[in-house]
Design a protein around this ligand. Structure first.
Ligand code: MN
Ligand code: MN
Ligand code: MN
Length: 274
């Protein structure tokens, strides 16, 4: 059982890397990739626990990048986590995240919401990567909105007063970092970008043309028809197939560790290259 996409407290997940690995083991995952957003901070602890409980850990990351003006996510798998170019890129992404978080804090302060940057950093925790979900949590905590969804609808979502456009790298750049470190670049959850089928094909084609090697044919506990569509995309563009839960926290049955349909028979799994 492979699960090649999940998050810990080092980005926006709720379990520590060690607890995440233990939960994966309990849920019969044999090969796990921890793919926190734009950070490698969780990998040492995850690797130590993986060795202890007898699970194979693949180094992973989920890079935020952009394609034709919209955000897309590229998962890197099975790279050298000490590669200098990769480390430098991660430091750069981290800096970009901090700058954005500061700007979001300033925008919210202009609306009379004080302490949002500090609050979001506190919620992100030590070694955590601050992001919009932490601002959303802060807004809930402060009673500004009823729930996380409300925070995005009123303050943080696209076009809302606390929305800050982030200067993420282009897809090609993130793929380059992963490949430089000897890893495989996988387009994350292609079905979740709200684009037309034509645009999605264009995205996948460009992804492949600039060095991407796989796509997530299975992302979480998805419908059969989605799996079939994604498999067809993989076949059409000659890409390897990956699968991952995109687990963030317990209690979401559609995104739990190891919970997902199997890859279709006619796919070439990405792990054939591990
Ligand atoms: Mn996330
Ligand atoms: Mn993602
Ligand atoms: Mn993810």
């Amino acid at each position: 059982m492979y699960d090649l996409h999940c998050h810990s407290t080092c980005s926006d997940g709720q379990l520590s890397p060690a607890d995440l690995v233990r939960r994966a083991r309990e849920r019969h995952v044999e090969v796990l990739a921890l793919t926190d957003h734009d950070t490698l901070n969780g990998l040492p602890d995850a690797a130590a626990t993986a060795a202890e409980v007898g699970i194979r850990l693949i180094p992973g990351i989920e890079f935020s990048c952009r394609w034709e003006g919209r955000g897309v996510h590229v998962v890197g798998l099975n790279f050298d986590p000490e590669h200098p170019q990769l480390l430098q890129a991660v430091a750069q992404q981290e800096q970009t995240r901090w700058e954005r978080a500061q700007l979001i804090g300033e925008k919210l302060a202009k609306l009379g919401i004080e302490g949002a940057f500090e609050g979001a950093c506190r919620l992100a925790g030590e070694g955590g990567m601050v992001g919009r979900p932490h601002f959303a949590q802060y807004l809930v905590e402060q009673g500004r909105v009823a729930d996380i969804d409300g925070a995005f609808k009123r303050y943080l979502g696209t076009g809302k007063p606390g929305d800050v456009k982030q200067s993420w790298p282009v897809m090609e750049e993130a793929i380059g970092w992963i490949r430089a470190a000897g890893g495989l670049a996988v387009l994350a959850h292609p079905d979740k970008y709200k684009v037309t089928r034509t645009r999605l094909r264009a995205m996948v084609e460009e992804f492949r043309d600039v060095g991407g090697e796989g796509i997530e044919v299975v992302s979480g506990n998805q419908n059969t028809n989605v799996t079939r569509d994604m498999q067809q995309l993989a076949t059409r563009y000659g890409l390897l197939a990956s699968c991952g839960s995109d687990f963030h926290f317990p209690g979401q049955s559609w995104q739990d560790l190891g919970v997902m349909p199997p890859l279709p028979e006619n796919c070439t799994p990405v792990w054939e290259r591990f």
